[in-house]
Write a protein that binds this ligand. Structure first.
Ligand code: GYE
Length: 330
């Protein structure tokens, strides 16, 4: 009990120091926060990081849309660390921003900080990734993709491709960062879909953290440990692109010796698909900025918003990628 009280005292002291620090180095005209009554909304946004082409496109979309919508954006890159996101959110609470939005790097462990935002009367919008909090009143809405569906679409395509396979089809899987909603959900959807054919077997599955470097490194290990790999399912384009290097270095032809399925459909991924190095991509749209700004204005005005807003997405084969590439925005 005493320990708890001491910890709390330290936490309070820390936030006091933090506010002091922020106020000391902040702009004098912001008055320490966005609650100044000039009609302009201030949004504090905590981004996962800069791990992939998807993330870069997402960040650009958010920054551009904020500027276009006249929303004052405070932006923080958490470098794939939950503790950095919690720190940024606490900072935004201290600064009394009007709305907090963030893309949670992992699903669990948000209740405390979300409760702090709620107690401070600051609405929270989840974008891109969700949290597993049981208390849904801790955030206003979740804007993003259906990751289970993306995994399922990837798996269903494979089931169709391999329907005449008479022997085992060995699949390796590159997962996103451990504990992230898109990693958990894409794994789930893919696994459920391929269960339709008992010949389809995941023989190895490891996190590659959604990065090219991670994808390359883990694929090297997969190739060393498994003489027969027929299919790679990578939870995003970047890991697939990293894996291409490992596959080529191992003397195999990507897209032919190994069927490659990814998620995202960013430009480099689509190029690899059009070039025949990837075989199929389930799209995941990073262009969430305009909808996010719209939602921020609504929740700030006290309007009701739907608790879940799903992004519209499609899938691409090699032929479809060739057609779509010239008009691709990201
Ligand atoms: O697929 C991946 C990024 O959360 C949907 O995160 C996003 C994922 C995306 O790093 O490329």
């Amino acid at each position: 009990m005493r320990k708890l009280r001491t910890q709390r005292a330290i936490a309070v002291l820390a936030s006091v120091l933090l506010v002091g620090g922020v106020a000391a180095c902040g702009n004098s005209d912001t008055g320490g926060g966005g609650s100044k009554d000039d009609g302009k909304i201030t949004m504090g946004f905590s981004q996962v990081g800069a791990e992939s082409g998807w993330r870069t496109a997402n960040t650009t979309s958010i920054k551009e849309s904020a500027a276009a919508a006249g929303v004052e954006l405070k932006f923080d890159d958490a470098q794939q660390k939950q503790e950095n996101q919690i720190k940024a959110i606490r900072n935004y609470i201290q600064q009394k921003v009007d709305v907090i939005a963030f893309s949670p790097v992992v699903e669990s462990g948000w209740d405390t900080v979300l409760k702090e935002a709620k107690d401070a009367g600051i609405p929270v919008i989840l974008t891109d990734r969700s949290v597993d909090s049981a208390d849904k009143s801790l955030y206003k809405t979740f804007l993003g993709s259906d990751f289970v569906k993306e995994g399922r679409l990837a798996g269903e395509w494979l089931v169709e491709q391999k329907k005449t396979a008479s022997g085992p089809v060995n699949i390796v899987e590159l997962q996103g960062n451990t504990g992230a909603a898109p990693a958990n959900d894409r794994k789930k959807g893919f696994g459920e879909a391929i269960a339709a054919n008992p010949n389809l077997k995941i023989i190895a599955s490891q996190p590659g953290d959604f990065t090219r470097a991670g994808g390359k490194q883990v694929m090297e290990q997969f190739l060393k440990a498994n003489p027969k790999i027929d299919v790679l399912f990578a939870h995003n384009d970047d890991m697939g692109l990293g894996a291409l290097e490992a596959i080529t270095a191992a003397g195999k032809v990507p897209g032919k010796d190994i069927t490659i399925i990814t998620v995202d459909a960013v430009k480099d991924g689509m190029q690899a698909l059009a070039d025949g190095k990837f075989n199929f991509i389930a799209e995941c749209s990073p262009l969430l900025g305009p909808q996010l700004m719209d939602l921020a204005k609504k929740v700030h005005a006290g309007e009701e918003v739907p608790p879940r807003i799903e992004t519209e997405e499609t899938t691409f084969t090699q032929e479809q990628a060739k057609e779509a590439l010239p008009n691709r925005k990201y």
